[in-house]
Design a protein around this ligand. Structure first.
Ligand code: HSE
Length: 339
């Protein structure tokens, strides 16, 4: 499929996708994916639109050197997000603005505008999916376009596609996983004796943590993913208020040592379950896992998720949950899967 792409937001994840598109152009063409970038609109980096297409290498150079995209040699400059969605010849919007899981904005407005304008959307933004995934999926169907959001849970590790395609034919009755890299990294370092504060600082330095790390350490980021998986995979209609939440800030070095002495490990676990009588429960909280649990062996910033299925029993996928190329790749999966 050929895409005329417009980027709404041009931060780390967008750059990750652009790098993959450039480096793998030949492989992607063999897979049926061709593209041109016609517009970029970023609140800080500026905006440019050229219906004939933009040079992606030039865009990346400008973004990395901090040069305003308004200095691009051709095209129309300064269009805001909504103008870029409604007034350009793009047919696929890449929505990668900042995430706000409490309001879902401004990303939800962008996604709705694009779907209503008959454009495909791919996004790694958790905000719209946490708040409105059913409504947006329906809107895409009504407008005969596609809304891809593989990257909202575990970045490019293909959790949603695994459930939707590869595990199709199973009843999935629950899931349990490590869905936040920052907290897993902190717990891994604390087990080696590093203090919570030093481990958090290191996680921020390595770029795992959100701009405000409260979202990570208090469990909000994982909670958003539990809400999305419960809605998309388990078919529930729940919101953030329906999930019990506890972060890792209450875990002391003594707690870590005590678990270690008993052959156990603390992990921040997001999970949800539908019981046989239909009762549903979901939570994010620290749990002491025996070392025999597959999730106990997942350290550093790596994520993992186990689906409970009726035909196969537990099925676990392990992989990155954050990172520039790792999250950019999630957008690529969605582009490749469009038909
Ligand atoms: N801050 C998140 C994490 C990034 O640490 O996993 C992905 O949501």
């Amino acid at each position: 499929m050929h895409h005329r792409l417009a980027f709404i937001g041009f931060g780390t994840v967008a750059v990750g996708l652009c790098e993959i598109l450039l480096e793998k152009a030949e492989m992607l063409e063999n897979l049926g994916l061709t593209y041109e970038v016609v517009a970029v609109s970023d609140m800080i980096k500026g905006a440019v639109y050229d219906e004939e297409g933009l040079d992606m290498t030039k865009l990346l150079e400008m973004a990395s050197s901090g040069e305003d995209l308004g200095n691009y040699p051709t095209g129309i400059k300064g269009m805001d997000s909504l103008a870029t969605i409604t007034e350009t010849n793009a047919d696929t919007i890449i929505e990668v603005t900042y995430t706000d899981v409490k309001t879902g904005e401004p990303a939800t407005t962008h996604v709705k505008a694009a779907l209503n304008a008959g454009m495909n959307v791919v996004s790694t933004n958790k905000g719209p999916t946490v708040k409105h995934v059913a409504e947006l999926t329906e809107l895409a169907i009504q407008n005969d376009v596609q809304y891809g959001f593989e990257g909202v849970v575990l970045a490019g590790t293909p959790v949603l596609n695994l459930a939707r395609y590869t595990l199709a034919g199973n009843n999935i009755t629950g899931f349990k996983g490590i869905m936040n890299g920052t907290t897993n990294y902190i717990l891994t370092r604390m087990e080696e004796g590093m203090s919570y504060e030093d481990a958090l600082a290191k996680a921020q330095e390595l770029g795992y943590a959100e701009a405000d790390p409260t979202g990570d350490v208090e469990g909000w980021d994982a909670l958003g993913k539990v809400v999305i998986l419960s809605n998309v995979v388990l078919g529930k209609r729940i919101s953030i208020e329906d999930v019990e939440r506890e972060g890792i800030t209450g875990i002391s070095m003594e707690d870590i040592a005590s678990a270690k002495a008993s052959g156990e490990r603390w992990k921040l676990i997001g999970c949800a379950e539908i019981e046989e009588d239909g009762t549903f429960s979901a939570s994010v909280k620290p749990m002491r896992l025996p070392l025999s649990d597959p999730l106990a062996g997942v350290g550093e910033a790596t994520n993992a998720l186990t689906f409970e299925t009726d035909e196969l029993g537990p099925v676990t996928i392990v992989g990155p949950g954050a990172g520039k190329r790792e999250t950019g790749f999630a957008l690529l999966i969605d582009l490749l899967n469009m038909d």
